[in-house]
Design a protein around this ligand. Structure first.
Ligand code: HEM
Length: 380
């Protein structure tokens, strides 16, 4: 029920963000390229943005509104200009960079940039106003009510809201990498387009402009699923840390014996599994079909959980995966895009410990709306 409401709201916000993008990009884009489509014809429909800006305007905005809703004016009308994706993203990215240090209790004054970013991010509606916003999530509502009952301060609640968005920032990063892989390799887009097109044609009722997808139907797209898993495999930086609560001896299938002592801390790095050449052939190569109908083995035994990006304790795994899938389906359905020559980025391998690695640099992308694309709607 909770997931379905989340998806319904998220889908609505994605649709709105795409509409806004087609309306405003030409005006707000600093570099509008009029001669870049592959057949050499001039097309003024192509727009250029940096990928992070594009993602801020679409998926980040949608994740934000799905959690915190939108403000309404006294007549009940939604205010449209209440959130500036780029300002939010720039500040949130700085906050996110220092998050781990703050989380383990280091004082904020050691990190002036983080303090500056937090000054912006903490300019939030009061918690009472937050509860009045249109479409505010159950998660935020329940938490704020809980904080009120326990007499917590407005500052605590505002910090909690940043923490809530911090976990959704992983969803944003995965989506960033998915879109980067799509613009980098048009053959992936072709394959995913074909799969989506077939699914749409199966469901499309003659004359209808919109096509509805349920959660189960979104999950029934094996190529999309494989593409997402491969993205998670390549870009995970998660470290799962555990405290050993009793002395434990164990033996590896190789015969090596180890002892971990009570009180030790052990850390498991998702990338250690994801980049293991004994499990994944050519682990450094991105293969979007890698997970279609495949089983992976190590020491002759099946690896039951080949993707460790969510560890074993993440509470948001299902909703994050469904949101990324929905976003990618809609993007492919609604836009064509390409990477201008020379634009390239890669994961920042100095940032292990982040659940999803950030890029070392941003890139520019060209995109344009597809004419006559059906509208995809989420259905329970
Ligand atoms: C692609 C997106 C996401 C990734 C890659 C991710 C990854 C992770 C990882 C690696 C952990 C540590 C798990 C462990 O130690 O076993 C974790 C914990 C957690 N995640 Fe996520 N996460 C994502 C999205 C979300 C979302 C959207 C939510 C919110 C609904 C969420 C809520 C949590 C919570 C509450 C924990 C802590 C659980 C605990 O310690 O008991 N995550 N996540």
């Amino acid at each position: 029920m909770y997931l379905s409401t989340t998806m319904e709201n998220f889908a609505k916000h994605v649709q709105n963000s795409f509409t806004d993008l087609t309306k405003t990009s030409a005006m707000t884009t600093s570099d509008c390229n009029a001669n870049i489509n592959t057949d050499g014809n001039i097309s003024v429909d192509w727009r250029r943005e940096t990928l992070l800006t594009l993602m801020s305007k679409t998926v980040l905005t949608s994740l934000f509104y799905t959690l915190f809703g939108r403000s309404v004016d006294p007549s009940g009308e939604e205010k449209t200009k209440n959130f500036c994706p780029k300002v939010f993203h720039d500040n949130f990215d700085i906050f996110n960079k220092y998050f781990t240090y703050l989380w383990i209790g280091l004082p904020l004054k050691l990190f002036p940039k983080a303090a500056e970013a937090m000054t912006v991010l903490l300019q939030q509606p009061t918690s009472h106003n937050m509860l009045q916003r249109n479409g505010v999530s159950e998660q935020v509502k329940v938490s704020i009510n809980h904080f009120h009952q326990h007499g917590q301060s407005e500052q605590d609640i505002a910090l909690y809201n940043l923490l809530v968005f911090h976990v959704s920032y992983n969803t944003f990063r995965v989506t960033f990498w998915c879109v980067y892989k799509l613009v980098e390799d048009p053959s992936i887009v072709k394959d995913l387009e074909r799969e989506l097109h077939e699914a749409i044609e199966l469901k499309r009722v003659d004359g209808e402009e919109s096509v509805a997808f349920t959660l189960a139907e979104i999950d029934e797209l094996p190529l999309l699923d494989s593409f997402l898993k491969e993205t998670m495999r390549m870009y995970s930086g998660a470290l799962m840390v555990r405290l050993v609560t009793k002395d434990t001896e164990f033996e590896m299938p190789t015969g090596h014996k180890y002892t971990v002592r009570k009180g030790d801390r052990v850390a498991m790095c998702a990338a250690g599994l994801h980049m293991d050449p004994e499990i994944f052939e050519d682990p450094e190569v991105f293969k979007h079909k890698r997970f279609v109908n495949t089983t992976f083995y190590k020491y002759g035994k099946e690896v039951k959980k080949p993707i460790l990006s969510f560890g074993s304790a993440c509470l948001g795994q299902r909703s994050a995966l469904m949101q990324v899938k929905w976003f990618v389906m809609n993007l492919i359905n609604s836009f064509s895009f390409q990477l201008p020559e020379g634009q390239k980025t890669e994961r920042d391998t100095e940032k292990y410990g982040n659940e999803i690695l950030p890029p070392v640099n941003d890139v520019q992308v060209d995109f344009r709306p597809k004419e006559g694309a059906p509208v995809l709607v989420y259905s329970e």
